[in-house]
Design a binder for this molecule. Structure first.
Ligand SMILES: NC(=O)c1ccc[n+]([C@@H]2O[C@H](COP(=O)([O-])OP(=O)(O)OC[C@H]3O[C@@H](n4cnc5c(N)ncnc54)[C@H](O)[C@@H]3O)[C@@H](O)[C@H]2O)c1
Ligand SMILES: [Fe+2]
Length: 379
């Protein structure tokens, strides 16, 4: 038996943030990062709360790749302030911090059961509708997953993503594209997750580059914001794959931005999963994920003569997007890690990637050696 449900109520479209003034509660704990506070974006949450006479505290100790130590501080704040709602505003790091701190606060004190509202300010993770939160323990990324982390509500308002700089638009946009493609070929895919992933990819194909090229293109920004949420719904049902399993290790070891790590891996993972590369010839039989990748290529308008040329075209399309959005194709091009340091971590990363919960639903079961090879290829 399979199951598909959407537990998060999604508010979107013009003035969606008005929802905050309708919350029936006395106290809200707002969770965010220092940028959201200093840029003034936070006022999109605090103003409606003030108008509605709702008291609030702000926990702003969120950092990228949220470490356990910060989550503990948040748990303490939540259990002291005991707000009826936790409202996270920010990128995946803020939303994941809020999801994890609510989960742990509830575990410590079963009588405390706040509702969670997630408001993304980047268009990438889809965390506002998923049961996942990725936290960091030292050099380990831990993808937590449980039903009790699914936000009760999500608010999508493109006004919040207007300020996202082009490099973050590029990285987070490629995260969305990777979510949709990985969910689509996951061994847990189903018709519902598939429909959501297809729509997400269609929107990315039409609007991601437009959104990157002009941050004031509100229509493109709105579309990509919705594509990110659609991909979140898709992978919340179908889960992800080796791409994320490997990207998590690059984040944990070297703090490479999550979307950027995914983008660098994506062409290689498509080649690996499909078993189609530069020198492949067409054959009678392909692995089942090839048909799925070909559907994605068709949606993106790069479908070609046969399976081999279509997979090649899909890989080229992703490389084209990376080039257009100034995303390096190789880890060495990032200029932040020495070759020796990177190579010395490959074995540890491969072992962790195989154990990562995302890898379990990859369409091809990887060996440690194969994962190490892919890590070497992306250097
Ligand atoms: N829970 C999930 O389902 C899920 C899925 C994918 C990724 N993740 C996790 O999410 C994290 C990545 O999230 P992210 O890519 O959104 O990045 P992020 O939250 O780490 O934010 C990246 C940077 O963008 C800035 N930023 C956020 N909103 C902005 C805005 N409107 N304008 C300008 N700058 C802004 C932040 O201050 C930060 O400096 C990683 O830890 C990743 O593992 C979680
Ligand atoms: Fe992701």
């Amino acid at each position: 038996m399979k199951e598909f449900d959407v537990k998060t109520k999604i508010y979107f479209g013009e003035n969606a943030l008005i929802r905050l003034s309708q919350l029936k509660c006395d106290k809200v704990l707002v969770v965010s990062d220092p940028f959201v506070i200093s840029s003034g974006l936070i006022s999109h949450v605090t103003e409606p709360l003030k108008k509605a006479g709702i008291k609030y505290n702000i926990f702003s100790d969120v950092v990228p790749d949220p470490p356990v130590s910060k989550i503990i501080l948040g748990v303490s704040e939540a259990l002291t302030f005991r707000a009826d709602y936790i409202v996270a505003i920010g990128g995946g790091s803020s939303m994941d911090t809020a999801k994890a701190l609510r989960k742990f606060a509830k575990q410590i004190d079963a009588s405390y059961d706040p509702k969670l509202v997630c408001i993304p300010t980047t268009s990438g993770t889809g965390s506002e509708v998923t049961s996942f939160a990725v936290i960091t323990d030292g050099k380990k990324k831990i993808p937590l997953s449980s039903e009790d982390m699914i936000p009760n509500e999500a608010i999508l308002d493109e006004v919040l993503v207007k300020s996202v700089p082009s490099n973050i638009t590029a990285d987070t946009g490629m995260d969305t594209l990777t979510h949709a493609i990985e969910a689509y070929v996951s061994v847990n895919n189903n018709e519902f997750s598939g429909a959501l992933a297809e729509k997400s990819v269609e929107i990315c194909g039409q609007f991601l580059l437009r959104s990157y090229n002009d941050c004031n293109d509100a229509h493109a920004r709105r579309k990509v914001h919705i594509a990110s949420c659609l991909a979140g719904l898709a992978f919340n049902s179908a889960s992800l794959g080796l791409n994320h399993g490997m990207a998590h290790q690059l984040g944990a070891q070297f703090h490479i931005a999550h979307g950027r790590a995914n983008a660098i891996l994506l062409p290689h993972i498509i080649e690996y999963n499909s078993e189609i590369g530069k020198f492949s010839r067409s054959s009678e039989k392909y692995s089942p994920c090839v048909r799925k990748y070909c559907n994605m290529a068709r949606i993106l308008g790069v479908s070609n003569l046969n399976e081999v040329t279509t997979i090649r075209a899909l890989v080229s399309y992703i490389q084209f997007m990376m080039t257009e959005m100034s995303i390096p194709h190789k880890i060495s091009e990032l200029g932040i890690i020495s070759e020796g340091e990177y190579m010395s971590k490959i074995e540890i990363m491969a072992e962790a990637a195989i154990k990562d919960s995302c890898t379990a639903t990859n369409p091809r079961v990887p060996t440690k050696q194969e994962v190490m090879d892919i890590y070497r290829k992306i250097w």
